[in-house]
Each structure stands twice: as C-alpha cells, then as structure tokens.
Design a protein around this ligand. Structure first.
Ligand code: PMP
Length: 404
C-alpha cells in the first residue's frame, strides 16, 4: 500500500482500528511475489492444478441456464442447492447438519469476523491457541478482546493449560481452535485431546469455534472425528471451499445450533446482504459432479510431494538445533530456529537471499515467536520448495558463523 503522507482524520478513527495496519503477511506478498523469490510465506492454494476448462464450462452453463439468479441478490443464508451439497459433504465427515443448519459466508474469514461480532464485547476474554491463525487474530481483535493463549504441542492444544487458566479465573466467551493441520503449526489434535477438550469446554460452558478448512487435505493416516462430531451442541463449526476447490470464489460456511445461527445470520447480513450467487452456483455445479474428488486427490498429491520436499530439505539444510513439526496434511510447517536468529528482523536478509517466510510473531497477539517461523509449502513446486528451504538454511548457518 502507498504511504499516506497526511491523514486529516487520524483523530477520528475508532479505537478498534489501532494496530489495523497491513498485516505482516500482506506486506510480504508484494515482495515475495517477485518470480526470483521462493515464497514460503503466503499459504496459497495451488489453483493451477484445477481443471480450468471444466470450470469455464460450468460457469458458462450457470450463466446461460441460471443467469437471472446468478447475477441477482440472493438469500442471506446462501443458496439452497449449495447448502444441500455442503450438508452431504459434512455428512461424509460424520458431521450431521441439514441445509437449514448451514449459513454460507464469504470464505471462512467472514465467519470468523461474524463470530467475533456476535460474542465479543470490548474486554471480553477469548481463548486461542498459541500460535494461532493470523487471520483469526485480526478478525477477533477488531472486537477488542483480552487473549487467553493456550500452548500447542504435537498433539494439538494442551488441554491441561486450558484447565489451569480456567482454575485461575479465565472466563473466555469461546475457544478458537484449528484442530486439523494447524495454521501455522502444522500439527493435528489427537483424538484423546479432542475428547478432553470438548469435555472441559462443555463443563465450563465455553463454546468451541472449530475452524476446519484443511480437514480434507490429509496426506497420511486416518481422519480424526471433528470436535463437532464429538459434541455437536457446543461446537460452532467453520469451513470453506478455499482449500478443496477455489479460494477465489470466496465460499465458506458455518454450522451451529439454531440459537447461534439466529444471531449469526443477521450479523452477517449486515455486512454482505448475501453471499455471491454466481460463486455459489459455480460451487454447486462443481460439487455436483463426483469428478471434483479426483481433482482434490490431485491437489493432495501435489501438497504431499511438497511437504516431503520441505521436510527433507529441512533435515538436509537446517542446523541441528532447529526443530520443526511434521504435518500430515495442510499447507504449513512450523519451525523453531536457534534463538540468535530473530525471525522478524532477519526477514529482509532472507528476501535478499530470495526466500520468504512468515515470522512467528505474526501468529501471537503479544510479540512472542521471534525464534519461530512458518513455511508454507503449498504453492511452489517441490524443487522450488527445496531450494527455498536450502537458501534459508544457508542464511541461518551463515549468521551462526558470523557470531562465532
Ligand atoms: N481459517 C484458517 C485456519 C485459514 O488458514 C484460512 C485461510 N488461510 C481461513 C480460515 C480463511 O480462509 P477462507 O476465507 O479463504 O475460507
């Protein structure tokens, strides 16, 4: 974004806009999209693997056969046909939700914002994982919460720590979690943790906001039941078609108890009136043909190969005192580097060496994470992923050598 030389309204903006500057991730996109830089920064889906011709045909069909609907306003809850498809998809994952239990949103991102809007008054506590999805932190922060940060390990959120926080008087309005292939941590919550988490939250009367856009992007192992399956009444479940189909269509959705949706829907309509009918009808047509599952498998094969390239290159090129997570799906690998390597401060040097990452600090609301970084392996080819990790490993080793 161009620098604003003088803004006469600086004293007029709402308090909630403090800190709403371009996110670290966004600021990076500009530099990192130069072709000579290997960007392991933004978690972009590899849309090039999609069948563009088929999608062009679908789009044409939608416009020719249902143009008057596609180009018109629609219902705030979303198109009935798409909600039926989503209901079937959720059913395949063991989540029971009829079309009337689903509200379509502009990506999962809008659902996060609306969840913040309906639950959080300034000063209310919300519990989040540490680290947490940066987009959720920015969506919620507009509602001026106090953060209760609960540590993650290789099995997901450390429920013991949540219990300690609750014993110490924490009263979060909700707990936000990404149980599968976490962004940014790459870890997946074990079944045992899921069972304990739903029990603890239910007993404490804390709703769980389960954000699950990566669920279907599993490379190995068996799926683990969603929190929504384990405790349907106490979980607000968010997902989207961004990672399994097309992020550019901006189709996400939420399913929750009727009471929650009754608040959610008008709050959402206040921001969008209705989701895009054109995008929804394209999605509906795409999902109606089972070939989409073959396309998804192709995407998963790409992501798996890139994960393999990322982990192998980390093993080869990173110093022995660095550690990283081993994602079984999704887009991200989370790396802890030796402390001397200050990840926000070192980013410009990394970009000079033609590799970009997201510093760990982006994923905590309190400045933690200076010795951590996120690598997104979803977009560059395997060779580029490996080369990017090699460049970064070389930079860390060179910096280490300079110090000794
Ligand atoms: N939740 C998580 C955990 C994500 O990683 C993302 C996208 N990076 C989103 C929600 C939002 O995605 P979308 O709005 O495209 O559904």
């Amino acid at each position: 974004m161009a620098e604003v030389p003088h803004d006469p309204y600086v004293d007029l903006y709402a308090r909630r806009t403090t800190g709403m500057t371009a996110s670290e991730v966004r600021a990076l996109f500009a530099v990192a999209s130069r072709p000579d830089v290997v960007s392991l920064a933004g978690g972009m889906p590899f849309v090039q693997a999609l069948p563009f011709e088929d999608i062009a045909e679908i789009t044409q069909k939608v416009l020719l056969e249902r143009g008057a609907t596609a180009l018109q306003y629609g219902q705030g809850v979303g198109q009935q046909g798409l909600r039926e498809q989503l209901s079937t998809l959720l059913g395949e994952e063991g989540i029971e939700a009829g079309p009337d239990d689903i509200v379509v949103t502009a990506g999962g991102q809008q659902a996060l914002d609306v969840v913040g809007k309906i639950f959080v008054d300034p000063g209310d506590e919300i519990a989040v994982e540490a680290p947490s999805y940066v987009g959720a932190l920015s969506a919620f922060s507009a509602y001026e919460p106090k953060w209760i940060q609960i540590r993650l390990d290789d099995d997901g959120i450390v429920v013991d720590e949540l219990e300690v926080a609750l014993r110490n008087g924490a009263r979060p309005k909700f707990l936000y979690t990404v149980p599968n292939f976490h962004n940014p941590a790459g870890v997946t919550m074990s079944l045992e943790r899921r069972e304990r988490l739903v029990r603890v939250c239910r007993d404490a009367g804390i709703p769980i906001v389960e954000d699950d856009p990566y669920r279907k992007l599993r490379f190995d192992g068996d799926p683990i039941p969603a929190l929504k399956t384990l405790d349907p009444a106490n979980v607000i479940y968010l997902s989207s078609l961004s990672k399994v189909f097309a992020a550019g269509l901006r189709v996400g959705f939420v399913t929750a108890e009727p009471g929650v949706l009754q608040r959610f829907l008008p709050a959402k309509e206040a921001t969008d009136l209705c989701p895009s009918n054109l995008a929804q009808l394209i999605a509906e047509e795409y999902l109606a043909d089972d070939r989409w599952k073959i396309n998804l498998k192709t995407l998963i094969d790409h992501y798996r190969a890139r994960r393999d390239a990322c982990v192998k290159a980390l093993e080869e090129h990173f110093p022995s005192d660095a550690t990283w997570t081993h994602p079984n799906g999704g887009f991200y690998c989370w790396v802890t580097v030796p402390e001397f390597f200050d990840t926000p401060a070192m980013l410009p040097k990394a970009i000079e060496r033609k590799v970009a990452y997201v510093p760990g600090t982006a994923f905590y609301p309190d400045g933690r994470g200076r010795d951590q970084l996120r690598l997104a392996f979803s977009y560059p080819t395997e060779e580029r992923v490996a080369e990017g990790v090699r460049r970064l490993g070389e930079l860390i080793r060179d910096e280490e050598a300079l110090r000794s």
